[in-house]
Write a protein that binds this ligand. Sequence first.
Ligand code: ZN
Length: 58
Amino acid sequence: MAKQLKCGDLMPGCNFVAEGKDVSEVMAKAAAHAKKDHGMTAIPPDVAKKAQAAIRDK
Ligand SMILES: [Zn+2]
């Protein structure tokens, strides 16, 4: 099932939504977005954990 992650769940005010066919694809897109738009060069483990928890079935 397709998955999505709303960045706004983690970063209030952000409208970005990462979508993918599975969790790893969503996480890859979210990581690229966090790097580009939030200046995060690396995703800390606690943020990655929160992101994983915020991923929903689409
Ligand atoms: Zn964002």
